[in-house]
Ligand binder design. Sequence first.
Ligand SMILES: [Mg+2]
Length: 227
Amino acid sequence: MSSVVTFDAGLTLVELDLDFLARRLAERGLVREPETLRAAAPQAWRRYDERVELYARTGGAHGRLWHDLMADLVGDADPAVIDWLWAQQPTANLFRAQIPDMVELARSLHARGVRTAVLSNSEGGLADLLAEVGIADAFDVIVDSGRIGMEKPDPAIFAYTLAQLGVAADTPAIHIGDSWSADIAGALASGWRAIWYGRRAVTVEDPRVACAHDAVETAAALQRFRV
Ligand SMILES: [Mg+2]
């Protein structure tokens, strides 16, 4: 049996590009210097973190989290501008800044024959975005919830990813992501193991879950999982 490693996209492989956001806002006549957005970011992300678990229990969490995050970042913006940014996501995704060492990790796994996929709650244009920013080559498959009508943590999207990879449904698989409720809970419910990645990750008492704050710790966790 081959091993499978899947990656979440937002805040795992790519992050919000605030320079790009500033340029997009300017197209709608809204002046926000990148420095102003950067200053608003810590508080906006704190509020995002608070909402993640709250919204996870309801459907459509991804879109609501996205809207609220942008509203906090942009500050007193016309809601129509946020709606426009959201509508533009499939072709002008704001999460386009690479997290280079995580991309490099995916690339090195792929190069030594591990089956790799992106498994993301996104808006339908993720494959094009990852091609545009030059990282699609690291993955055998890119699964975008916006294209298939199911989203993490639904085990159906994890099973769908294995099917897309062309491997058996019981193939050992590990998912790496920053959201406990979408990525880690979804992986565990699917019978997978998981690496909880990023600033929110904390160690948990579960041998199926590793905690990693950066790519070095992620690589070490994969080794412990014998990938
Ligand atoms: Mg994420």
